[in-house]
Design a protein around this ligand. Structure first.
Ligand SMILES: *Cc1c(COP(=O)(O)O)cnc(C)c1O
Length: 410
């Protein structure tokens, strides 16, 4: 008899985006004909850069001809893309990695979930709170927690690193000994970016405790401040203790195209592994569980890393950051306390007079007809905040902000 993985039943209701959709639908039914504006989702909206589109069209032409057709490629990714990634890290971040330390994937989210395959079920996991939900849910399903405690909205067995206004939404390393630490910088949902000193504290902790950091840098292209680290490998010693996950989704507008990469260094070690063992294990995992990313997407990725392609991607990123500036200035002009939105596409906004995230969500929907995302959906420390997303067409963002400015005076 087959039996289910009972860890699934521990998952707290996948409540956030379905509940946002439900409340929006209910409101729309009560207010037919009123246009609802959306600043909720973390999904790109603008057209792909021409340089990338041309490269993908060219790849399609090659696939359309039997003399140039290619099928499966290397599971780890096209050599040309892995070399381009290696050169990009060297040129833009001053980080020297080897080509075979890059593993191309179909996106950062699946890598974030899959990476736990490398680690024993009895590892203690620390996560930032609030956090991108996949880090939590993948480890629940992987059996690294006890039950969910509804009264605290926490899973037993996880170590929550609370990100609050007091610590600038970048927590210090845990007091206790943990084994796996998930970090995301620039952060989704808070928009906070860790400084080199803050990351160094985590790297020092991890080396001392032989812990592993899983560093999600999906928004690294949004960092303007040259002092802020865009790769964890800018911190000395990080190759021994950190895996980095990144994606073309927010860099190149590839949310629908699907392409990402992870870096598993040869030097990475944990308590019971030798040098290179984790790298070999991930290679083994990818070769048997994964058949490589789309070759069309990879052609676009190679184009995104050329000087011209990267410049076009930066323009796209700047467009969204222009939206972020409009949103942040609009909210601040009304007296709201905002975080993020400068080196990140998310503006983390505190609700007035201590109201809950959902009440603030309802207030903005009801008065301004704008949908945002309740912060409490990303973890208990998100309570009292909403996340406002800069992804959207400029004119829609302007209309939403104008409506907020008109109708949300507090
Ligand atoms: C959007 C996002 C990603 C990228 O996910 P893909 O699967 O590559 O589209 C990764 N991490 C975070 C925190 C994100 O917000």
């Amino acid at each position: 008899m087959a039996r289910i993985n009972t860890n699934f039943s521990k998952l707290a209701a996948g409540y956030l985006f379905p509940e946002v959709a439900r409340r929006t639908r209910v409101w729309q039914e009560k207010n037919p004909g009123v246009k609802v504006m959306r600043l909720g989702i973390g999904n790109t909206t603008e057209a792909l850069p021409k340089e990338l589109v041309d490269a993908m069209k060219h790849k399609l032409d090659l696939l359309s001809d039997r003399s140039t057709y290619t099928g499966y490629g290397d599971e780890q990714g096209d050599v040309a893309l892995r070399q381009a990634l290696r050169d990009f890290y060297s040129r833009h971040y001053g980080v020297e990695l080897e080509m075979d330390e890059f593993f191309v994937s179909d996106g950062g989210k699946s890598d974030s979930a899959n990476i736990q395959d490398l680690f024993s079920e009895d590892n203690v996991v620390a996560i930032q709170d609030p956090a991108y939900p996949v880090y939590v849910d993948s480890n629940v399903v992987g059996g690294r927690t006890g039950e969910h405690d509804d009264s605290t909205d926490c899973y037993k067995g996880f170590v929550y690193l609370r990100s609050t206004a007091e610590n600038g939404f970048i927590p210090a390393p845990p007091e206790e000994k943990v084994d796996l630490i998930y970090l995301c910088s620039p952060n989704n949902p808070t928009g906070a970016v860790a400084t080199k000193a803050q990351l160094k504290a985590f790297v020092d902790y991890a080396r001392k405790n032989r812990a592993i950091i899983i560093f999600d840098a999906a928004y690294s292209a949004y960092i303007e401040d040259p002092e802020l680290p865009r790769s964890i490998y800018e911190i000395e010693g990080a190759k021994e203790c950190a895996i980095e996950i990144n994606s073309f989704s927010k860099l190149a507008g590839f949310t629908g195209v699907r392409l990402g990469w992870s870096i598993v260094p040869h030097d990475l070690v944990c308590e019971n592994s030798e040098r290179d063992e984790l790298h070999r294990m991930w290679n083994r995992r990818q070769c048997t569980f994964f058949n490589g990313a789309s070759n069309i997407a990879q052609a676009g990725g190679i184009a995104a890393l050329t000087d011209e392609g990267y410049r076009a991607c930066c323009e796209l990123v700047d467009y969204y950051k222009g939206n972020a500036r409009i949103i942040r200035e609009g909210m601040e002009s009304l007296g709201f306390t905002c975080y993020g939105g400068t080196d990140s596409p998310y503006i983390w906004t505190k609700g007035p007079n201590g109201i809950s995230s959902w009440d603030f969500f309802d207030m903005i929907l009801d008065r301004c007809h704008v949908v945002v995302t309740p912060g409490s959906g990303f973890g208990p420390a998100g309570e009292g905040y909403v996340r406002i997303s800069a992804y959207g067409h400029r004119e829609d963002v302007e209309a939403a902000v104008a409506s907020i400015k008109e109708n949300l005076k507090i």
